[in-house]
Write a new protein. Structure first.
Length: 253
């Protein structure tokens, strides 16, 4: 069995230490000093472990986690630019129940840090719902549009889910899982026939689960942009799907 290079190095360092202590003890006759420094070295070992393991390693782990979260924020940027914003627009177009929420998110560009923080905190406690009390033709058109959009972006979403860094962000990975569940529910249904009411209510629950998670991630993402990347926050609010008057063109007047 091959000996790991770390084990080899440890053995070499241990033998070197023993040899040097033995030389000082026997050749130089510094018995008391050798014993004194040996005791001092062993006494320092718990402090050394304390500093290295609890302090230094904690700082390193925190830095690594910050780097992972930064990569995740980049993934979220791709998610919303390639799929998320368009997906969110599908819900907004048929949402009449949350006029207060829609109006609130329309003015998100003037929110303070406290307003962002409070909204996200409240949303964690209470899920948002949209009004899915639609006519037969309208609900069928809505569900077919959702199904088509999800099918077109399935490969993209699968590639996101393959990223191991998503394990560091439970809320975003839960959103992706909820989207995949909705995709499977829609994929297996034939919308050429009318859905019975109980089945439509089941789909409505799946849709609301996705909607609430999507809103949370979108607001959280914009808050991150506001704090760290104002130029990206600018384009996000200029393409705000909740604002009917939003325009990509910059108008300072």
């Amino acid at each position: 069995m091959k000996i790991n290079w770390k084990i080899k190095l440890g053995i070499i360092l241990l033998l070197t230490s023993v040899a040097m202590y033995s030389f000082a003890f026997f050749a130089l006759n510094e018995h008391e000093k050798v014993i004194f420094y040996l005791v001092i070295d062993f006494a320092f070992m718990p402090l050394d472990v304390l500093v290295v393991v609890l302090v230094v390693e904690g700082i390193i782990n925190k830095k690594e986690k910050e780097n992972i979260l930064e990569k995740l924020d980049m993934i979220m940027s791709v998610f919303f630019s390639e799929f998320g914003t368009e997906f969110l627009s599908k819900f907004i177009n048929i949402s009449n129940k949350n006029e207060k929420i829609n109006k609130l998110l329309k003015n998100l560009n003037i929110w303070s840090d406290k307003e962002f923080s409070n909204f996200l905190k409240d949303l964690k406690k209470t899920d948002l719902e949209i009004n899915l009390d639609l006519g037969i033709d309208q609900r069928k058109e809505f569900l077919i549009d959702l199904k088509q959009l999800l099918v077109e972006n399935r490969g993209f979403l699968i590639r996101l889910l393959e990223n191991p860094n998503l394990l560091e962000k439970d809320t975003f990975s839960n959103l992706l899982l909820a989207i995949f569940h909705l995709d499977e529910e829609l994929e297996r249904r034939d919308f050429n026939r009318d859905l019975i009411e109980s089945d439509y209510e089941h789909l409505a629950n799946d849709i609301n689960r996705v909607y609430s998670s999507l809103i949370y991630e979108w607001v959280n993402y914009l808050y991150y942009l506001k704090l760290h990347y104002p130029y990206m926050f600018s384009i996000a609010v200029r393409t705000n799907p909740f604002d009917d008057n939003a325009s990509i063109y910059v108008n300072e007047s």
